[in-house]
Write a protein that binds this ligand. Structure first.
Ligand SMILES: [Zn+2]
Length: 441
């Protein structure tokens, strides 16, 4: 092949390539134009869809119109129905049917909601749904005017159990450690109330103390609605491990018990000295026997010859062991965040009882006498609830209750079941665990 021939061949090749390239460029131009047109069309369609979306959806998928009213104080079903245009006769009939068929009577402010459903916004109400808390609703069908049909619908409650454990860190509180462990605040407050008679959350907390809480979580269709009851609590308190289990007796009464089936809720005794006669009752006003003028008697007096041992009405911490002109020698015990008790006119204090001493229920704290403003030996006993003196004989106190012979074995069986659930959740706290159906309460 000559040089010329070679050059000619190269030029020919190059020309062919160029023509091909030009054709490609033209193709690209066409392609880009097509793309631009398609894009423009798509944007147009998108704009149209956005602009006409709502009417289009209503036309294709007709949806009911809901008007949900949250009940406020003063709201009544009659008022709401009247505002919706129902006649007095219809309102009267709906109310009667609701009462007769499903036992519904009044709406609860701040709790209930009413959903007025109509086929579309401008049509009359065809269905009324009274949302009675998360687990119950009352439905009223208004198919034909004047023909009302009611039914009660129970929302299925799926009770799952949740386990959280934690440890008190240096300088931390039980509250902070509890939140850190993932215990919801409401559950933590319930745990506080359960443990309050056992320990002082300000002074009995030490780094290294371990605790756990087992509690219910209520789900509806796989959605968590609310937390339920505290089922079990364990806390390494200064005086030893405290354990509590919630147990529902066959008669439906629920209570908390320790690992041996003894009532775990500690309380106060209304009369610290058993069978002591009351010589003066609690009253707003009375004539003071020594001072002579009328003033309130903030406690109850019990007859008690000098030297009668005075037991603590409940477990707690001694916050005062002192003398004043009125009370004479007195001891004051703080039981929990709510209750304090005071014992006055003592002849002497019991050994080892000082400010800061933790006492058990029934532990002797002193001996009766007639010190201070007193006409004779007796025990003057005061109960202070949230800083206010209350009548020890009538104030509402948590019940002290142990399980009887019939319930104890049932409780032990139930406790073993709860313990086994705790073991399962300890190994993997994310598992879905439920109590057996028969234990669901
Ligand atoms: Zn008194």
């Amino acid at each position: 092949m000559g040089v010329m021939k070679k050059a000619k061949y190269i030029i020919k090749k190059m020309t062919a390539g160029l023509v091909k390239s030009c054709k490609k460029v033209r193709d690209i131009n066409v392609l880009s134009r097509v793309i631009m047109w398609v894009a423009a069309a798509m944007i147009l369609i998108a704009v149209c869809v956005l602009a006409f979306y709502k009417p289009a959806r209503e036309a294709v998928f007709p949806t009911e119109h809901h008007d949900i009213v949250e009940i406020k104080s003063g709201d009544t079903l009659s008022k709401l129905l009247s505002a919706k245009g129902f006649s007095m006769r219809d309102i009267d009939e709906i109310s009667k049917t609701l009462k007769k068929d499903v036992g519904f009577s009044t709406l609860r402010a701040g709790k209930d909601k009413v959903d007025f459903i109509s086929p579309s916004e401008n049509e009359p109400v065809s269905k009324i749904v009274i949302i009675n808390g998360p687990w119950q609703r009352f439905e009223v069908d208004c198919g034909q005017p004047g023909t009302w049909q009611c039914q009660k619908v129970d929302i299925e409650r799926d009770v799952r159990i949740s386990y959280r454990e934690g440890e008190i860190k240096e300088g931390s509180s039980f509250y902070l450690a509890g939140l850190e462990a993932g215990i919801p605040e409401g559950i933590l407050i319930d745990v506080y109330d359960l443990l309050a008679f056992e320990m002082d959350f300000e002074r009995d907390i030490r780094a290294g103390q371990k605790f756990y809480v087992l509690y219910e979580e209520n789900f509806a269709s796989d959605k968590k609605v609310e937390n339920g009851h505290v089922l079990a609590v364990s806390f390494d308190a200064l005086r030893g491990n405290v354990q509590m289990y919630r147990y529902v007796k066959p008669d439906g009464h629920a209570g908390y018990y320790d690992e041996n089936g003894n009532g775990a809720i500690k309380s106060l005794k209304r009369t610290p000295i058993n069978n002591a006669k009351i010589t003066s009752s609690f009253s707003g006003k009375r004539k003071h026997p020594v001072l002579g003028f009328t003033r309130a008697h903030k406690g109850v007096d019990f007859r008690a010859p000098t030297g009668t041992p005075i037991p603590a009405a409940g477990a707690g911490r001694v916050v005062a062991r002192s003398f004043n002109r009125g009370h004479g020698n007195y001891v004051k015990i703080r039981h929990n965040g709510t209750f304090e008790t005071l014992y006055a006119h003592m002849s002497r204090f019991a050994k080892g009882v000082n400010v800061g001493t933790m006492v058990k229920q029934g532990q002797i704290i002193g001996y009766s006498g007639s010190t201070g403003l007193s006409t004779g030996p007796h025990l003057h006993y005061e109960v202070i609830k949230n800083g206010v003196h209350v009548n020890p004989m009538t104030v509402k106190l948590p019940a002290i209750e142990n399980l009887d012979a019939k319930n104890k074995p049932l409780f032990m069986e139930y406790k073993a079941m709860l313990d086994s659930k705790i073991e399962i959740l300890k190994s993997d706290s994310k598992q879905i665990v439920r109590l057996d159906d028969k234990d669901k309460k």
